[in-house]
Design a protein around this ligand. Structure first.
Ligand SMILES: Nc1ncnc2c1ncn2[C@@H]1O[C@H](COP(=O)(O)OP(=O)(O)OP(=O)(O)O)[C@@H](O)[C@H]1O
Ligand SMILES: [Mg+2]
Length: 287
């Protein structure tokens, strides 16, 4: 567990007001830092964060690859890619050792933002991988050839702690945990942290928790503020200062198959994900 109470008393006001510098332009690209968005609880904002953090980093000139690692294909759909009509997706990359990720990568309408799509085929991988050699390392192997082409690779995990999520953790440098600001948010996080620690000990020593991101926050309610304070007490400095407010603009943007940063560029929700991108770079968790 991260050091607890490290920032107790820091207070919400400071967290919401601190500014982070605009990232300096990069001379070249790569090698990518790989970040997995993980929380086995469903509907906490993993996909929304993958898409919008990715788009915000891309706006800052970072080359970003999103890996849709959920058979629901929400990250692909959210970027306008009709993955259900694709014959070849992340599933084929996992199951065919000689396949090349560069043949599967799709461009998106956002400059500097590419995606490895997923569809329902991926649900079979969980079962089929079990019998493979180095079954936890399949995604790491898939990503290796393009690691030097991107600055950041974001993996959108499905809501489970199964073999696919373990593959994401095995491939990653860091984990970003989106946490919905509601009363039972912390339930299950201990199990997630335990899983992360096991992967770190047994498979991927470089893995660390980059941070906890409070999502669907409504700071006007006492309830939301109390939940955030409890999360800050439990995780200290691991909690991002940036929080994502609850707004219908996020579901609206996904219906439009666009990141909020292009769907509603000046909306506070777009600005929040840009701030998260700046915070991530300021912390050294992205180039
Ligand atoms: N800050 C927000 N405010 C309001 N709605 C949001 C916010 N973030 C996400 N949503 C909406 O909540 C729903 C769940 O979000 P999202 O799909 O990002 O979660 P998830 O963790 O990826 O879910 P799953 O576990 O099913 O993959 C979506 O309809 C999304 O548009
Ligand atoms: Mg999702």
């Amino acid at each position: 567990m991260p050091e607890s109470g490290a920032r107790a008393g820091t207070g919400l006001a400071e967290a919401t007001e601190r500014e982070f510098p605009v990232p300096t332009p990069l001379d070249g690209h790569g090698p990518a830092r790989i970040i997995a968005m993980a929380n086995q609880k469903g509907g906490v904002g993993k996909t929304t964060t993958t898409i919008n953090l990715g788009a915000a980093l891309a706006e800052y000139g970072r080359r970003v690859l999103l890996v849709d690692f959920d058979p629901q294909g929400a990250a692909s759909a959210g970027l306008g890619i009709n993955a259900h009509e694709l014959d070849r997706t992340i599933y084929n990359l996992l199951m065919e050792p000689r396949s090349d990720v560069r043949e599967i990568i799709e461009r998106t309408t956002v400059e500097n933002l590419d995606v490895v799509p997923a569809n329902i085929d991926l649900s079979a991988a969980e079962v089929q991988l079990v019998n493979e050699v180095a079954r936890e390392q399949a995604l790491a192997r898939v990503l290796r050839p393009v690691q030097d082409d991107y600055d950041v690779i974001l993996i959108d995990c499905q809501p489970s702690l199964g073999l696919l999520t373990v593959n994401a953790l095995a491939a990653a440098h860091g984990v970003l945990i989106p946490l919905e600001a509601e009363f039972f948010a912390l339930r299950g996080v201990a199990l997630l942290v335990e899983t992360i620690e096991k992967v770190q000990e047994r498979i991927n020593p470089r893995l660390r928790i980059d941070g906890i991101l409070a999502t669907m926050v409504d700071l006007r309610t006492l309830h939301s503020r109390e939940v955030i304070e409890r999360v800050q007490q439990a995780f200290g400095e691991k909690v991002f200062d940036t929080m994502i407010s609850r707004t219908v603009k996020f579901p609206d943007a996904s219906v439009a198959s666009e990141p909020i940063t292009s769907y509603a560029p000046s909306h506070p929700g777009a600005e929040a994900y840009r701030r998260l991108a700046r915070e991530l770079v300021a912390r050294g968790d992205a180039a």
